[in-house]
Design a protein around this ligand. Structure first.
Ligand code: HEC
Length: 130
């Protein structure tokens, strides 16, 4: 009992310390849904349907619909239309410019998040997976 009384407070403190430490480590490695969206996992194959189409539907189709409106030259509403544009125009360059620079896309809108631009480039380098 004497031994227990002597050691318990120390062990308890160590327990609390270790517990706090473990908690901190876990909270650092535990990724929220937001973090997961921000990170590019190289193991994930980027597909048109899941990753790319939503970006274009939200940011480009109000002009680059089929047929295009507001003076936009070509439609970006399907995989083949988009692939054609990426391969044959300065598409990637334009979305990589800063808002306000000449030729910047989306015209009149905010620059796409860098993560989205990186996704599009990765999709291109992986061969436009559907
Ligand atoms: C508000 C309307 C509007 C929106 C939104 C818009 N564009 Fe455009 N886009 C235009 C117009 C108008 C042109 C033609 C004038 C020019 O080339 O700058 C154009 C031209 C382009 C071109 C050049 C085409 C060519 O033939 O060389 C590309 C590439 C392009 N847009 C990509 C995009 C992408 C990608 C988005 C979405 C991120 C987007 N645009 C959003 C209006 C828009």
């Amino acid at each position: 009992m004497v031994v227990l009384k002597h050691f318990f407070p120390m062990k308890f403190k160590q327990f609390i310390f270790a517990g706090t430490f473990a908690f901190l480590i876990l909270s650092c490695t535990n990724t929220s849904e937001n973090d997961l969206i921000e990170q590019l996992d190289p193991a994930v194959v980027i597909t048109y349907t899941e990753h790319i189409k939503p970006i274009y539907d939200t940011n480009c189709l109000n002009c680059h619909s089929n047929p295009p409106i507001n003076g936009a030259g070509m439609p970006l509403s399907t995989l083949s239309e988009l692939q054609n544009s990426i391969e044959n125009t300065d598409h990637i360059d334009r979305i990589s410019r800063q808002s306000g620079e000449s030729g910047f896309m989306p015209l009149g809108g905010a620059r796409l998040p860098q993560t989205s631009i990186d996704l599009i480039k990765q999709w291109q380098s992986e061969g436009f997976v559907e």
